[in-house]
Design a protein around this ligand. Structure first.
Ligand code: ATP
Ligand code: MG
Length: 572
């Protein structure tokens, strides 16, 4: 079985008719004016300090999508300038995730740490120009001297050191002569600027820390604002797209590049980050969920990480579709999780094979069916997909149906199995319940039915109609499977905003995972591959778990239910 398997694919089917947005308008204008020789070159610049989440996916789809739309290029670049929080494990997971999303950076995989030497040289250039200085104030003093939004800052007593002294001190900082925190290199801009970012920002700090790529080669590390523009510039990036919180940093981004000779100058453009209901997006908080064991790991199927979504069975094409549908805007908003679910359903409805699995089984004996007979009945795999084909499933005298599909005393509108009323077994026969067997506690242990041999395939020639159609599995052929039902990880739409000053963990949903150990599946599911997705008829979309996969008895993760609340909202 391979249809619907959750493996990497290409994003190419997406690249026609992607909707326009304000960034495209800027790019169109730049191309018209011949800026950057009409080139479009973007980048996705993650810091390897955690796993990527659905918010990053928005940025990935935007950056790689623009490159596709304009026949341009997009780099994958690790912004690895902070050795304390960064790890190789994260680098590997990010590479895997971007690939899985369907994007290709070809040979343009870069690391900010590869530019440390260049960055150092640029810093020396600013010192020589009298535009950067070594400051001996400590972190706390720097904060005090910085002033506030309403109060201008104060100049450091070290601000007017001579060029030679600065060059000497800076090279000794690099050589590791000074302890952590004892000196910094700062840009000499304007301590009374109304933009706090321009009040002599720190460019380098001393940090005797081992880096995951450069090891112990460096005792100083560049700050984000200094490093990021240089990385973009060195790679010839034309449009440097980032989230809104960097809007106030743009003057600084520009200042650094303006004050260096002959460097390429990319344009920074900010857009609103993705927020989703019932979902946390901060890496710091996701790390807490992992470390404090609220989830089983970064790839727990309830996590908003791409690793979690992959394991859950969410197709990458659905995430790309979602990114297109939410669009790109300049104002913050929160997107309904139901919209993502709707994109997932749209994809799986077309691509996932439809199979029968009984989650809460009760036994049915078809008393007029020959004892040892087994029929192989034909079942179509997906009526929504032309080439999906069909398979056979065994039918026999004893089958399982869902416990909730039978009621002895049913209300009028209950169209499933009740004593004396005929219902259809999907792909099989019409059956009528004739008897119910209970144990001493009154619990139903067996239901007896009679079938009509003239209704094979689930249809009647005499035009007789039945209202209910049930899914079922043959008892002696059934595969035992475990099914994990997932719900939102949080009970609150916005778990980040806690008016009661509670920690976000106070809003964890105790029912976000319900494990069903005694489910019965049609026998073909024993051969399902890890990561393969299915529609369990009448139950939802499920994916065989890629981690807890034990050959004979697969484990299935609920991807999403069948009911689409988003379509309803949209069609209102
Ligand atoms: P954190 O999650 O701790 O805030 P971060 O989002 O800043 O970290 P980075 O690795 O720096 O993590 O992000 C890489 C890129 O992804 C950045 O360009 C950032 O703007 C973008 N990005 C991060 N979160 C979102 C989001 N929720 N929506 C859209 N883009 C995002
Ligand atoms: Mg960041």
């Amino acid at each position: 079985m391979s249809a619907g398997k959750n493996t990497p694919d290409t994003g190419s089917e997406n690249n026609i008719n992607r909707p326009s947005n304000f960034i495209k308008n800027i790019i169109d204008e730049d191309i018209k004016n011949g800026k950057n020789d009409a080139r479009v070159h973007t980048r996705f610049p993650p810091e390897p300090n955690g796993y990527l989440h659905i918010g990053h996916a928005k940025s990935i789809c935007l950056n790689f999508g623009l490159a596709q739309d304009y026949d341009g290029l997009c780099n994958l670049r690790f912004d690895d300038t902070n050795p304390v929080k960064e790890e190789d494990e994260y680098v590997k997971s990010i590479i895997e995730d971007v690939k899985w999303l369907g994007f290709d950076w070809e040979d343009r995989l870069y690391f900010a740490s590869d530019y440390f030497e260049h960055m150092y040289d640029f810093a020396v250039e600013l010192i020589r120009k009298g535009k950067a200085y070594v400051d001996d104030l400590n972190a706390e003093e720097i904060r005090e001297y910085r002033g506030t939004l309403t109060k201008p800052g104060k100049e450091s007593p070290y601000r007017n050191r001579g060029v030679e002294e600065n060059l000497d001190l800076f090279s000794r900082m690099r050589a590791g002569e000074f302890p952590d925190g004892s000196k910094v290199l700062r840009a000499k801009i304007d301590m009374s600027s109304s933009n706090m970012n321009m009040r002599d920002p720190v460019m380098y700090r001393i940090l005797h820390a081992s880096h995951h790529r450069t090891g112990d080669a460096w005792s100083i590390y560049p700050m984000y604002d200094w490093a990021h523009g240089l990385e973009d510039s060195l790679e010839g990036i034309t449009h440097s797209i980032c989230t809104l919180e960097f809007e106030d940093h743009r003057p600084l981004y520009d200042w650094f590049l303006e004050n260096l000779d002959g460097v390429h100058r990319p344009q920074q453009i900010e857009f609103a980050r993705l927020n989703l209901t019932y979902t946390l997006m901060s890496k710091r908080k996701l790390l807490r969920l992992v470390n404090e064991k609220y989830v089983s790991g970064w790839d727990d199927p309830r996590m908003p990480t791409l690793a979690g979504m992959r394991r859950r069975g969410i197709p990458p094409a659905a995430i790309r579709d979602f990114a297109d549908r939410i669009g790109v805007a300049k104002a913050d908003s929160i997107v309904d999780r139901a919209m993502l679910d709707s994109c997932i359903r749209d994809d799986l409805n077309k691509n996932a094979k439809r199979v029968m699995v009984v989650l809460d089984p009760v036994k049915v004996v078809i008393t007029n069916y020959p004892e040892d007979q087994v029929e192989e009945l034909t079942a179509e795999n997906n009526p929504e997909k032309e080439d999906a084909g069909s398979r056979t499933i065994p039918f026999s005298r004893e089958i399982y149906i869902e416990r909730e599909d039978f009621l002895e005393d049913a209300p009028k509108k209950f169209f499933r199995m009740v004593p004396g009323r005929e219902v259809r077994l999907k792909h099989a026969y019409y059956v009528t319940c004739t008897n119910v067997i209970k144990d001493t506690a009154g619990e139903i242990v067996e239901i007896h039915c009679e079938y009509d041999p003239a209704t094979k395939g689930g249809w009647s020639d005499d035009g007789r109609k039945v209202k209910g159609t049930l899914h079922w599995v043959s008892v002696k052929h059934a595969a035992d499977v475990e099914v994990r039902l997932y719900d939102h990880l949080f009970t609150k739409e916005n778990p980040d905003e806690s008016r009661e000053e509670k920690d976000f963990t106070a809003f964890l949903n105790p029912e976000s995972l319900v494990t069903l150990k005694n489910c019965k599946a049609e026998p073909g599911l024993r051969e399902s591959e890890p990561g393969e997705s299915f529609q369990f008829l009448r139950k939802g979309y499920f994916c065989s778990d890629s981690k807890d996969f034990s050959g004979e008895n697969p484990v299935f993760n609920l991807i999403v239910g069948l009911r689409d609340s988003w379509q309803k909202i949209e069609n209102k």
